[in-house]
Write a protein that binds this ligand. Sequence first.
Ligand SMILES: *[C@@H]1O[C@H](CO)[C@@H](O)[C@H](O)[C@H]1NC(C)=O
Ligand SMILES: *[C@@H]1O[C@H](CO)[C@@H](O)[C@H](O)[C@H]1NC(C)=O
Ligand SMILES: *[C@@H]1O[C@H](CO)[C@@H](O)[C@H](O)[C@H]1NC(C)=O
Ligand SMILES: *[C@@H]1O[C@H](CO)[C@@H](O)[C@H](O)[C@H]1NC(C)=O
Ligand SMILES: *[C@@H]1O[C@H](CO)[C@@H](O)[C@H](O)[C@H]1NC(C)=O
Length: 951
Amino acid sequence: MESWMRWLLLCCHFLLFHFSPSHSLCHLHDGFALLQFKNSFTIYTDNPNVVCGGGYAKTTTWKNVTDCCSWPGVTCHPISSHVIGLNLSCSNLQGKIYPNSTLFRISHLQSLNLAFNNFSGSHLSSLFGGFSSLTYLNLANTNFEGEIPPQISYLSKLASLDLSYNYNLKWKEDTLKRLLQNATVLRELILDETNMSSVSTSSLNLSSSLVTLSLQNVGLRGNLTNDILCLPNLQHLHLTQLQVQLPTVSCSSDSLNILSLSSCDFQGTLPPSFSNFTHLTSVEFHDNYFNYSFPSSLLTLPSLAFLSIKYNNLSGEIPNVFPRSNKFEELHLSENNLGGELPSTLSNLQHLIVLDLSYNEFSGQIPPSLFDLTQLHHLDCAYNKLQGPLPNNIVGFQKLTWFSLGHNLLNGTIPSWCLSLPSLVNLYLPENRFTGHISAISSYSIENLILNDNKIQANIPESIFSLVNLTRLDLSANNLSGFFHFHLFSELQNLKYLDLSQNDQLSLNFESSVNYSLYNLKTLALSSMGLTEFPKLLGKVPNLESLDLSNNKLTGRVPNWLFETSSLGLLDLSQNLFTSSFDHISWGQSLSHLDLSFNALTGGIPSSICNVSFMYVLKLSHNKLTGNIPQCLVNSSGLNILDLQMNKLYGTLPNAFSAYCRFRTINLNGNQLEGLLPKSLSICTNLLVLDLGNNEIEDKFPHWLQSLPHLKVLVLRANKLHGPITDFKAENGFPSLIIFDISSNNFSGPIPKVDIFFKSMKNVFQLGYATYLVMYVSNFEGSMSYVDYVIVTTKGNNMTLTKIRDDFVSIDLSKNRFEGEIPNVIGALHALIGLNLSHNRLRGPIPKSMGNLTNLESLDLSSNMLDGEIPTELTNLNFLEVLNLSYNHLVGEIPQGKQFNTFSNDSYKGNSGLCGILLTKKCVKDPEQHLHLHRPSREIRNLDLIGNQWL
Ligand SMILES: *[C@@H]1O[C@H](CO)[C@@H](O)[C@H](O)[C@H]1NC(C)=O
Ligand SMILES: *[C@@H]1O[C@H](CO)[C@@H](O)[C@H](O)[C@H]1NC(C)=O
Ligand SMILES: *[C@@H]1O[C@H](CO)[C@@H](O)[C@H](O)[C@H]1NC(C)=O
Ligand SMILES: *[C@@H]1O[C@H](CO)[C@@H](O)[C@H](O)[C@H]1NC(C)=O
Ligand SMILES: *[C@@H]1O[C@H](CO)[C@@H](O)[C@H](O)[C@H]1NC(C)=O
């Protein structure tokens, strides 16, 4: 009986699905609508979508005569034959979807996926709300724009909604609220990178059916609540780039396994309650402000495989309690302040694939057991303070592809296992204290071998030339020696980057009977190697983009063939002995950075240099160049940095700065330029640094420069500038200036009203000083660091930073004919570090308000006609190291205490009315004071340094 019924059912089923007249013939109007829909787009073939792996146009096989149910991407109902599913994701469709689109006539759709196409310019039509059977809707990455229509809330059967990566799609709070109310079976809600800025967390009344919630970078307002974290079925939660507070979670969850709360500005400690989510497998908290210690509660989560807390403020040690049962595969803790020794129990993490501890304060030796890990692919401990030698023998690391211990204090030789790991692709050990020689290398998969800034000795091993995959080799700044033929590098046909600089015992031979080409080589650095002959590379490096031969002993002419290498963009030949003029050169069109500073070049600057269209940096400083500055240099539009200081250039300053002026730095200090200051400079609104000091310029003060919004440094010292300095705007003149040097001119009249215009000098430590000054400073150094002036990371710049303060704020008005009193308001320039008003004709008292200049380290008021007593307020200047009040008419007792006990007689001489215990002239009531020699706690900063650089 039972089996008979079952047979009947099967039979009916068979009849229904295989002989039904409607089977596999799609409804005519569905097919028609689909074809029309298809025809409303063009298929783009360029710019294939990466996510889609290129994508393929499913619709190309859709033909009128065939059955639409058989078309790719189309699903029909088995009984009614209505089209119920349409999946055209990644189909390279381009065009608009208007309300009259025939898509909306396919009314039985249950599933619609149009993700990864380009409907740019389309609004999401209210007609989407008409798909009343829809359970799955995916419009991710389709460039829909505008407001999401309220009708979307009619889709009450939705189980999955993905509108992510439509940056211009905007939610109204009400629309989302009503959708969430109506869609009671919603399991998946993915709205990343849509605009939810007008939605607040409190209106997110989420359905308890939710399994996946992803709201990354949506601009949501309000605080994260337990309502979200405690959803009973939630498995995946991704909330990034919200500005929310983290609640103390008062629930536990058996379902949550992926939790991503990155870039959320969370502060304070990580709430321990997260350990209540016992099924977590992946936790991302990176880029927050978690501080205090490492959240050890996370280490005991039994299923956790992925943990990232990188880029927070964690400090203290990592507790040494990693249990053996742990399932960790990835542990990312970089960019915190974690310190102490690396925990030895890390080696319990037998499944570990990625370990990133870089940019912390870890010290001590690396625990030897760490080298036993067998599954590790990626180990990064760079930028810590790890010490000691690496072990000689290890058993693990056979799968390691990325090994980075750079920027630590490691010493000893680089063990041979390190260079024979079978899977190794990247080896970064720069800036340590490794010594000894490099052993034979047999890691043939290696692509990046970076060993610069160590103390490695002896020859480069032959085996290096058999590493056929090598693309980047940096052995610079070691003690390598020996002699070899440069053409050996041509064995390395993938080599793009080669730096052998600063190995002055290493000799290269460029003579070669071998016909070779380093076809892929783009960067070659052979700086500071004692080269006396220009490397014979003609035709050998056809694609070279950057060549650094600075600080060698190259003489004679710069060879012209260099510029025929059409790819060459950056050329640094600074600090050599090139002598002859360079007007024979036919400049390469791709040249963008040319540095010939610190040579002995003679002759004029050829105007042919202006023909280079994209010249960005031109440094010819410290040579013996004569003649005029070619006018075309300043009306060429691209130049950012022009450094011609310390030559013998004469004539007037070019005066045709164009409206396209991009100059950030102009340095013409130390020439014989004359005439007027070019007014057209005021067009150059990007200007940060203008140094025209030590010339013969004869003009009034260039008050028209005061509108330059970014000008940080203005140096006009030692010219023939004259007249009073007036004409300042009341408020915003020179809004960014931090170094103002007009000394040794003939300016007269009262002291300029520095207090009202140098706004930037009033606030200490303004953001941005560091950046700009680094750039300024690098003008004076031989480094080629202009490539990116904001993010400065090269060695050269780090060095210059240590030489000069990045918050240096100074005014130098000395050696002019300023007269009258020092204005009391000068005390408002709180950021001042150096103030020099010496050698003028200033009268009256030293203002008491100067005691407010608490950052001042150098104060020179000497050789004026100041009178009255030295205000005791000056003893507040705790950082003052240099004080010169000599040759005035000061009287009375020299204040005592603090810094004043450290200045010598010389600070006061030439003031016959002064008395004090340091002077031969004691005051009448000598109180027999005890001297407290008090030095500032800040490091000594030498003010002369910056001055010398200008000279
Ligand atoms: C489909 O084909 C029929 C005849 O074969 C034709 O009349 C009709 O216009 C075609 N429709 C489309 C949309 O091409
Ligand atoms: C659909 O509407 C758009 C915009 O309103 C219009 O440009 C287009 O011609 C219409 N298409 C059809 C087939 O009517
Ligand atoms: C909820 O969905 C139903 C059915 O689609 C619809 O009629 C109703 O208007 C929706 N309610 C809201 C608040 O959108
Ligand atoms: C978020 O929480 C913090 C502290 O609990 C509170 O000060 C703040 O006002 C809250 N913000 C909003 C938008 O509710
Ligand atoms: C874990 O969750 C329970 C509720 O299930 C709660 O009472 C407890 O306080 C939570 N634990 C922590 C550490 O927050």
